[in-house]
Design a protein around this ligand. Sequence first.
Ligand code: ADP
Ligand code: MG
Length: 680
Amino acid sequence: IEFVRAAQLQGDEEPTSAPPPSAQAQQKESIQAVRRSLPVFPFREELLTAIASHQVLIIEGETGSGKTTQIPQYLFEEGYTKKGMKIACTQPRRVAAMSVAARVAREMGVKLGNEVGYSIRFEDCTSERTVLRYMTDGMLLREFLSEPDLASYSVVMVDEAHERTLHTDILFGLIKDVARFRPELKVLVASATLDTARFSTFFDDAPVFRIPGRRFPVDIFYTKAPEADYLEACVVSVLQIHVTQPPGDILVFLTGQEEIEAACEMLQDRCRRLGSKIRELLVLPIYANLPSDMQARIFQPTPPGARKVVVATNIAETSLTIEGIIYVLDPGFCKQKSYNPRTGMESLTVTPCSKASANQRAGRAGRVAAGKCFRLYTAWAYQHELEETTVPEIQRTSLGNVVLLLKSLGIHDLMHFDFLDPPPYETLLLALEQLYALGALNHLGELTTSGRKMAELPVDPMLSKMILASEKYSCSEEILTVAAMLSVNNSIFYRPKDKVVHADNARVNFFLPGGDHLVLLNVYTQWAESGYSSQWCYENFVQFRSMRRARDVREQLEGLLERVEVGLTSCQGDYVRVRKAITSGYFYHTARLTRSGYRTVKQQQTVFIHPNSSLFEQQPRWLLYHELVLTTKEFMRQVLEIESSWLLEVAPHYYKAKELEDPHAKKMPKKVGKTREELG
Ligand code: ADP
Ligand code: MG
């Protein structure tokens, strides 16, 4: 692949092509010496003084300067956790929360979960003793339910604020309000060098504390022509860099787990074939669902003579800093949620990243020495096809969850909530409508008893409704399993390239009439009968890790049943009850088969059954789906066959009998849609 050098990202350090300070040397240095070497360290006293004299402080600093790992420690050393008070530090991503907590525990010489811990959904690694709490922004949001004034916290640090996730944005509004009533609460908003003026304005012109970064210049290269297959282009470029460029590790940005695993496999494959013709290349993935021992490996120093390539999602853009990166490879894409408030459809799509994102990525190459960033797109595309910045999540997601939470916190007038950027009016309205249809709000928009219970469960409103409905249909045992399996979605089945046929057969063996939710239930039940065996998973091409996680999630949900007044009952094999309970939550996500394929019932959108579904070939007339994913088409993932009469039974206020009649029923061909082979 041919690259042209087109630009340079200015650094504030003298350009140097000195090799990166060897990672081994760094390890030998004491951990305290490493702490003292971080850009934030010389500002320790000044920073603590600023925090002492202002209630709200915006902290801006280059990624890797030590904001996340050091500032909470400084506060701890300064005594902010005396009298049992805690410090919260939020992260938009689970992996980041886990990884930095582990790092800080090591720096402080304590066991993770004692003084330092993390808390992410369905996983709480904290104890009574934990005073430094790293947590996802969503978890801090849930803390408001049990402690609306955050009374046990002396400091709240909203970190990675520039990411502008939905939860971070909502936290801003809530924390601003709490700060008024608790003058002793310290609020820190930490961000990479983006958007800080806006944060300052939002918090009544709070001062901005800047930590000067250490940045070496980064040369930026573009491809001469657009690349059709960026995954293949990535693999080729990594090898090209490995063979032609001086020492230094490589960081590659891809969009998600599947892509990352594919790229790693391709790289390992080609390295194996090249054998001793090339120097050793260590290929390491990092993404959200990677087990934590594997996550830790990306931080291990590269052995002498070898080179490391880290293949990462956006997580490595600003949340995690890996020492020794000199080369960045950027295909220019990321996975993004988008939401259509007209149709109420949410989908995840691979989209071009923003210029701001591309520049953050490039910046990762200039942390230890002058670096290079190879962009797998043309300079023209950068200029003309990339947006300036990423649209905040609040403007491209459904709001059901957040609206329910705010209502539970007693915030009724959502139109006038203090948003940094308000969500689209239609999205807010639709969320209210959906919560009304689910029975969480009454016609005045007030929280109902059922709505209060739904907010207690840390899952989406539709899933909570399904769990609550299992009481009526006496099948909570099964519904808990379905809920747990849905929450580890899409990583249940294992399909190694060299055993595709065996893996597919194994999967088909789990099929049950009725649909994918029952298949998930079947997998879990058989696994439980095997004594939760890893051997069983191995033999059945099921991912043990995902199953173990499902089991954790299930246990946690089971623990919450009492609070929402649902008893433990089993349907004893009467799956219609399970299907009706699912329908009670997901009656919004329904589709019917028409002469021209599937259409969603209310909005008449064209949708397709995902080829991996157990119902792909059956094409039942009525079905519900768990989610839509847009790849080449709008695919429904996890589908369940239902009867239209159930919709009147579970949601009489939402459906009219007339809508559910099918005028074409008689003329319908037996089978519409293409077979798996035709789809390729
Ligand atoms: P910032 O929040 O300003 O981006 P961090 O506090 O995350 O900076 O990072 C400071 C330093 O700590 C970096 O040099 C980074 O490499 C190191 N670090 C962070 N997490 C880990 C980890 N899990 N293992 C090893 N080093 C880490
Ligand atoms: Mg950070």
